[in-house]
Design a protein around this ligand. Structure first.
Ligand SMILES: Nc1ncnc2c1ncn2[C@@H]1O[C@H](COP(=O)(O)OP(=O)(O)OP(=O)(O)O)[C@@H](O)[C@H]1O
Ligand SMILES: [Mg+2]
Length: 232
C-alpha cells in the first residue's frame, strides 16, 4: 500500500534525543528537552500539553521549518537535522502538508486560488493546478464553495480550505497545529473527523497538536503529552 501517489513511500517518523534551545540575547529558552518518539507511517498521533510546552516547536522541527539544536529527526530517508535550506524546502514540498491554526488564507483569493497557490511555487501548469485544487476541495467537502473568498466562508470552512491546501502535494504526512483552536467545539469536531478520514481513507500519517485532549482521544492512536519541553 502506498500512502501517496507522488512517488514517495510511506515513511516512519523518528525523533531521537531532540532538544531545541531558542536564544534571546543572553537568555535562552529550552523549548524541547531530549524528546525521543516514533510515529509509524500511517498513524494518527496527537501532541497535547499546556501553552508554552513546546508543541508548535515540535511540529516546526518535523516540518523542517527549523532545525533541532541537538538530536536527530528522521522521516523515511530524510535526515532533517542535516538538510540545507534548499533541501528543507524540497522536503516540505514533497513530504509534509502543514495546517496552521490561523488558516493563513489570502483574503483576495477564492478558495480554489488559495488551494492552488503552493502548486504555483512547485511549478505546476495552470490547468493542473485548477483541477487538483478542485479535487482537494472536494475531498474536504467544499466542492460547492470553490469560488468563495475567505470572508464568504464560515470559520470551519476556512479551516477546511487550509486542510485542502495542505493536501495538494499528496504528502505522506499531514501536520496540523491547533486546527480547531479558532472553532466552536462542534465545528472543531468536524475538522478532527475530516483529519481522521484523511488518515484512515488515504493512509496518511496525521499529527495534530491541540490543547484539548478530549477532542482527539477517540481519533488518535497515540497521544504524546508535553510539559516544559519534555515528554511525560
Ligand atoms: N522563536 C522563538 N524564540 C524564542 N523563544 C521561543 C520561540 N518560539 C517559541 N519560544 C518559546 O519556546 C517555548 C515553547 O513554545 P511553543 O510555541 O512550542 O509552545 P506551544 O506548546 O506551542 O504553546 P501554545 O499552546 O501556546 O501554542 C515557549 O516558552 C516560547 O516562549
Ligand atoms: Mg503552539
Amino acid at each position: 500500500m502506498t500512502a501517496s501517489s507522488n512517488g514517495h513511500a510511506p515513511a516512519d517518523l523518528a525523533l531521537r534525543g531532540v532538544s531545541k534551545r531558542y536564544r534571546q540575547g543572553r537568555a535562552a529558552v529550552d523549548a524541547l528537552r531530549d524528546v525521543s518518539l516514533t510515529v509509524p507511517a500511517g498513524q494518527f498521533a496527537a501532541v497535547v500539553g499546556p501553552s508554552g510546552s513546546g508543541k508548535s516547536t515540535l511540529l516546526h522541527l518535523v516540518a523542517a521549518l527549523d532545525r533541532p539544536t541537538v538530536g536527530q529527526i528522521q522521516l523515511g530517508d530524510w535526515h532533517l537535522a542535516e538538510l540545507s535550506r534548499g533541501e528543507q524546502a524540497q522536503f516540505r514540498r514533497r513530504m509534509v502538508g502543514i495546517v496552521f491554526q490561523q488558516f493563513h488564507l489570502v483574503p483576495t483569493m477564492t478558495a480554489r486560488e488559495n488551494v492552488a497557490l503552493p502548486m504555483i511555487l512547485a511549478g505546476a501548469a495552470p490547468e493542473r493546478r485548477r483541477a487538483r485544487a478542485e479535487e482537494c476541495l472536494a475531498m474536504v467537502g467544499l466542492a460547492d464553495r470553490t469560488g468563495h473568498r475567505p470572508a464568504e466562508l464560515s470559520g470551519g470552512e476556512q479551516q477546511r480550505v487550509a486542510v485542502a491546501r495542505a493536501l495538494t502535494s499528496d504528502p505522506p504526512v499531514l501536520l496540523a497545529d491547533e486546527p480547531t483552536g479558532n472553532l466552536d467545539s462542534e465545528t472543531g469536531g468536524a475538522v478532527i473527523d475530516l483529519l481522521r478520514e484523511i488518515h484512515a481513507g488515504q493512509g496518511r500519517t496525521v499529527i495534530v497538536v491541540t490543547h484539548h485532549v478530549e477532542e482527539v482521544e477517540d481519533a488518535a492512536e497515540e497521544v504524546f503529552c508535553l510539559r516544559d519541553g519534555q515528554l511525560v
